[in-house]
Each structure stands twice: as C-alpha cells, then as structure tokens.
Design a protein around this ligand. Structure first.
Ligand code: GLA
Ligand code: ZN
Length: 690
C-alpha cells in the first residue's frame, strides 16, 4: 500500500478547512455555540483556531486561571472529529496586566509609552511580559498538549512592530555587538563618518535616526530577530508538553518590514494571512492574481517539499477593504483554489462567526449575523468543503519547477532604505511581479527563492533588482552561469553589499560586471508621467520586435563583451544598449537595463523561451492571458489547476491531453471550456519523472 503523505497535521489526511473561532465571545449564549457545532458539520469545516484573543477569559485575574470553557470546546471538537489550532494569547495582553505592569507596553520612537490600545503592542524584551507569557503558555501546554483535538499550536498572532524602550535598545546594542564585534567595525560597516555619526559608545546609537541606511537595515533585521527570538521563547513550554505537535505563527504575505524568509526557519509549518481584493470589475485583477501567485510560490519554497496553508482568508468581505463591496460569486473558490494550486494544503478563514460588536463586527465570516445556512457566503463554504473532500488525493503532491526567481527581504531593505533610486511605491515588488507574471501568463512553474537558497539545479534564474549581494550569493551565481545556467537580471543589480555600502569599480558590482559583460554606469530616474522608447537591435538573436517602452528607471549601459539586443531610442543615451546578453562560461547572462512595460517584459520572456527552450509550460498549448494552469504532481499522478481570472469564457485545445475533472469525474479530451472566473482541478496519470 502507498504510504500516506506527510500532512500538515499528523495523521489528518484532509485539506484543512475551517476558521478562527471565538466562542469566548459567546460564552453566555450556549445555544449559539451548540448551533456553531451543528453548522461546522454542514459547512464541511474540520479545523478551528481557538483562543487567539482569549487571555483575559483564561486569566481574569493574575494567576487565577479558568480553562473549563476551553476544555468543553476542545472536547466537543474532538468528538466531532475536528482539529484545533490552539493559540497562545500573547497577540493581545489583558488590560489588567497593562495597568499593573506599564513596562510591558511598547515605547514609540519618540520615547513615549503607548496606552493600552488595540492589540499587538507588547514590548519584546520586557521580563515581566515574558514571565506572564511563559506562565500562560505552560498552563495551555500542560492542560491541552495531549488533547486529542490538538493539531497545531498557533503561536501569538501576526507578530509585528517595533519597541524603542531602553530594554529593546539594549537588546539591539547586544545584537550589534555580536554581529560586528566592536564599534570600529560597526562604524565602518555603516559609513558613520557621514554627518559625523561616528559612535564611540553603543548607547549613542538610536535607530529612530534615518541618516545611516546601513543602520536602518540592521534595525529591521534586528526586529525580525526579536520576533524569531520571542517566537522560540513562546514555543518552549509547548514543545516540552507536546513535542510532536507542530507550531506555527501566521505571517502577513509580503509585509515590507518583517523578513518571513528568515522567520520561516523557526516554524514547523508555514502559514499565511491573505486577503486579496478579487473584484471582477477591477482591470488589475489579473495582475493582482499574479502577485499573489508569486507570494504563494515564495511561501511554498520557504520549506521546499513541505505543504503550507492559509491560516486566514475571508469567505465574505473584510470590513477594512474600502469600498465594502461584496465578494462576487465564484471569487471565493477562485481565491482558495489558487492557494491549493501553489502547494497549500489548507485554507482557513477569519472568521467563523461575525461578532455582535467591536471593530470587526462587519468583517466577513462563515456564519453571518443572520445565522442562516442558506446564506450565499455560507453556501460557498459548503461547496468548497465538498470539493476539498474530493481533492484529498492532492495531499502530498509537489510542484516541480525549472525556473527560479529571487525575492528577498534583505535585498528589498537595502534597496528601499537607500535614498535616490526609484524605490518608491513598492518598486521592488512591482518589478518582481512584472518578471514573474511573464512566466505565470504562460503557466510555467516558478520557485521563488531567497538569496541564500540553493539555485544551482535550475535552468533559468531571474534576478529582479537584486540590489544587495553577499559574497556567497555572488560566487554561487557566477558558478551557475559558468556551468551553463541562464540568468536574467535587471537594472539595480549588485549595487551594494549587505550593509548598504556601494560597490566601487562599476555596477553590477562584486565581479558581476564580468558575468554580464556590461557596466551600468548611470541610472536615469524618470518623472511618473515620462517614458523612454527602446528599439530592438537589427537581427537581435532573440527576435525582439516593435518599439518597447520604459518607465521609472533607465540604465545607461556600456558594453564590455555583451551584445545589445535593444537600444534606447531617445534622450542623450539614445543608441546605447538597454537589453543585453553575454556569454559567460557555458551560460548566458541577460541584463534588462530599464523598467520595461509588463507587456514588453512578457515579450522578452516569450522570445527567450521560444529561442532557447530554457523552460516550458506545464501544458503543450498557449492559452489566453488571464488563464493560469498550475501543476502539482505525486509519484503517479499530475493535478492541473485551471483558473480563469477573466470575465470571458475560453476554450483550451487539449493537444492530446486526457484529463479527468476531479469534482465530477468528467473526461476531457478534445477541448476544455473554462467560464468566467471559473476554477477546476483535473487529474491524469503522471507523464513526468522526478
Ligand atoms: C488579521 C488578524 C485577524 C483579523 C483579520 C481581519 O489578519 O490576524 O485577527 O483581525 O486581520 O482581516
Ligand atoms: Zn521594549
């Protein structure tokens, strides 16, 4: 018999489907809780995150714990065959605690201590807060660590934010001392003679000062380190009582200030909170879908070969997205299956039931205020639950990609804290999406990796604005090309080292000038309404045609062995190379020295793929833009997730493929019709070998 695949929750061979559940808001209305358990069955939900904001319900007075209600809920979950992702409650501390121990409240950059407001606002280094967290987590671990319903620990909630109290600043100094050894090295690494910032004692440093961008990057790094440290601290008692139960903390997609790549090494399971605005009237829906696909692939690759899942998403409308437009029919399924297509093995919601009061009382939920199981949103959850039952064979299947794209917070931070380059409005992410979506549009699988991950086995490596380099990354990249790999880099490659000091001797620095056979001498940053035209070179080897358009940034390149594939057509740099290719060792190094329009980036990859065959689509046919097909494979089956992100129907030629629709077993052999915003999953016997 085939061994059962390793699932997110051990021995639970199901796609996780459920929600954040807050029965603590309804303890005085037991009939509502009874109804919840009935509706969970109807909805086909199997996994619930409990207790995220329940600290005061557990510990109404200091040291006086009350877990009876949780015990009751956990027991009912077990008897219904559900799994619980039990939270540690540090995401929102009790008001009594904030009052008794002011030091647990955060201090802002101006030195003012926050009042007890909102949530996510505790000091990372307060000893008292840590003691309190250790106590409550120990109680939870001791009482529930062996409970049959416990499937996973949900550690805190969306860790985020900085604290500038003396304790946190001291922790920053210690972290810096460990990293740099002494102040001389730190001063050199930060270029602190600039504006007379030379530090002669650690406590002269204040991270609220933006003058030194190297310091800014280190402050962000330190904050991710603090979060990782706090996470590990929180998990100690959980691991002691339940070593087999995985721990996670919910990440927030591509959040600019937290390095989730770094944090992913600490969690047992990667989980994400994702709230897209899939609005069918939005002309940017397809682009948004591509951006989310990039993020999904990044999360899939945090722990290669292991499944991840959506901890939070919304079956209805999140109240904070303006305007409060309802989620259109089909959109919920489209969004959830997109995550599964990219390696997720669960999609859960915030929230199970709408509360009657508070900030989130109009936030979409499985159960609305009407408590009606005929409600449209509720029905969409029921339908998805039924589909997930049929999709269980997908568990354990994996995506295989020959292309990799680098997306890295360390690069992003060095880029974004540098004054001068066109790095505003999330340019790092936008250019990455431009390049990623050129492959996504052709349904080519892509692994999205951090700089430190191994990319030696891929055929195509894409480096969108890899601003900051490490020596290790540079030498692996050089080796990759020398041995026959194809690399595509863009403007703003190899500008600084990891403390944001510019390379001297020409960009791309650290030896990459030779790999690309060019020097990127100057970068022209344009007004937002300006463009520059680029013309393909005569008989260029990729066959690029037509006039292309660049915006935001144009690099003035000089050839040092590379060939120009296209040149600028205007401004004083008219005639100089804009897109180049260089042969280096057995490989090819392309440089796209401008922010091309997304259509032109697509043309570039189309021609590259047609000419070189370096990567291929998961299907043997071209399909219209806005259709996406992802493939997940087991040892004997391939699963194709076909999604239509457009408002028109399309017919896809099967070109000899023979698929079975997983939902109803229908056989598809000649043509596949996919309706507006439809998503379907098909299976067939595997054709590829790993
Ligand atoms: C975050 C939080 C949830 C909830 C949702 C609302 O993701 O973790 O508690 O507030 O936002 O969208
Ligand atoms: Zn602090």
């Amino acid at each position: 018999m085939k061994p059962e695949p390793e699932t997110i929750i051990r021995n639970f061979q199901k796609i996780l489907h459920g929600a954040d559940y807050n029965p603590d808001q309804w303890l005085d209305v037991p009939e509502v809780i009874d109804e919840d358990f009935r509706l969970m069955r109807v909805a086909g939900c199997n996994t619930f995150a409990l207790g995220i904001f329940a600290w005061t319900s557990y510990e109404p007075e200091e040291g006086n714990y009350r877990f009876d209600w949780l015990q009751g809920i956990m027991d009912r979950m077990a008897s219904q065959g559900n799994k619980v992702i039990l939270a540690t409650p540090s995401g929102s501390k009790p008001a009594w605690m904030s009052k008794r121990y002011p030091e647990i409240r955060r201090v802002n950059a101006l030195g003012l201590r926050d009042p007890h407001t909102r949530r996510h606002n505790h000091c990372w280094s307060s000893r008292i807060f840590r003691e309190k967290v250790r106590s409550i987590n120990t109680e939870l671990g001791r009482r529930f660590g062996n409970h049959p319903a416990l499937g996973m620990w949900h550690v805190s909630n969306e860790y985020q934010g900085h604290c500038y109290c003396d304790g946190c600043l001291n922790a920053f100094y210690q972290w810096l001392e460990k990293r740099y050894g002494d102040l001389d090295s730190l001063n050199r690494a930060w270029w602190s003679t600039f504006w007379n910032h030379t530090f002669t004692a650690w406590d002269e440093i204040h991270p609220g000062d933006a003058s030194l961008d190297g310091m800014q990057v280190d402050w962000l790094r330190f904050n991710s380190w603090q979060i990782g440290d706090f996470y590990q601290f929180e998990t100690q008692p959980l691991k002691a009582f339940s070593p087999e139960i995985p721990c996670t903390t919910n990440f927030m997609t591509l959040s600019p200030r937290i390095d989730y790549g770094y944090l992913s090494q600490f969690v047992d399971v990667v989980s994400d909170d994702q709230y897209p605005r899939f609005d069918p009237d939005d002309t940017k829906l397809v682009e948004q879908a591509a951006r989310i696909a990039l993020k999904h692939d990044l999360y899939r690759c945090f722990k290669p070969g292991k499944p991840w899942f959506l901890m939070e998403s919304c079956p209805g409308h999140p109240q904070w997205i303006k305007p409060n437009r309802l989620k259109r029919p089909g959109m919920h399924r489209l969004e959830m299956l997109q995550a599964i297509a990219h390696g997720a093995e669960g999609t859960c919601y915030f929230q199970w039931r709408k509360g009657r009061g508070g900030f989130e009382k109009f936030h979409g939920a499985v159960v609305d205020h009407d408590q009606n199981e005929q409600n449209r949103v509720f029905r969409s959850v029921v339908e998805l639950g039924a589909l997930y039952t049929k999709l269980t064979p997908v568990l354990g299947s994996r995506v295989r990609a020959r292309a990799a794209l680098i997306f890295d917070w360390e690069v992003r931070w060095n880029f974004e804290t540098s004054r001068g380059p066109a790095s505003e409005n999330d340019a790092y992410q936008r250019v990455a999406v431009d390049h990623y979506q050129s492959l996504w549009k052709r349904s080519i699988s892509v692994d999205v990796l951090r700089r430190e991950q191994d990319f030696s086995a891929y055929d195509l490596l894409i480096l969108p604005q890899t601003w900051a380099l490490t020596d290790d990354f540079t030498s692996r990249l050089t080796e990759f090309v020398r041995r026959g790999g194809t690399v595509v880099a863009t403007h703003y490659t190899g500008i600084t080292n990891d403390t944001n000091l510019c390379y001297t001797g020409g960009f791309p620095g650290n030896g990459l000038r030779e790999v690309f056979g060019i020097v990127d001498e100057e970068q022209d940053c344009l007004h937002s309404d300006e463009v520059r035209k680029i013309d393909p070179a005569d008989r260029n080897e990729l066959g690029l045609t037509g006039s292309m358009t660049a915006s935001e940034v144009c690099s003035v390149l000089h050839l040092e062995g590379a060939d120009a594939l296209a040149t600028f057509a205007s401004d004083f740099y008219a005639g100089s190379a804009a897109i180049t290719v260089n042969t280096f060792g057995d490989g090819r190094a392309y440089y796209v020295g401008a922010r091309l329009s997304p259509e032109d980036v697509s043309q570039f990859y189309d021609k590259l793929i047609q000419t070189t065959g370096v990567v291929e689509s998961v299907v043997p046919f071209r399909h219209p833009e806005g259709i996406n097909i992802q493939r997940r494979s087991t040892s004997d089956h391939d699963y194709y997730f076909v999604q239509n992100f457009t408002d028109s129907s399309h017919k896809l030629p099967m070109k000899g493929l023979h698929w079975k629709r997983v939902e109803d077993g229908a056989e598809i052999t000649t043509e596949l019709e996919i309706h507006p915003f439809e998503s379907q999953v098909y299976s067939c016997r595997s054709t590829q070998r790993s």
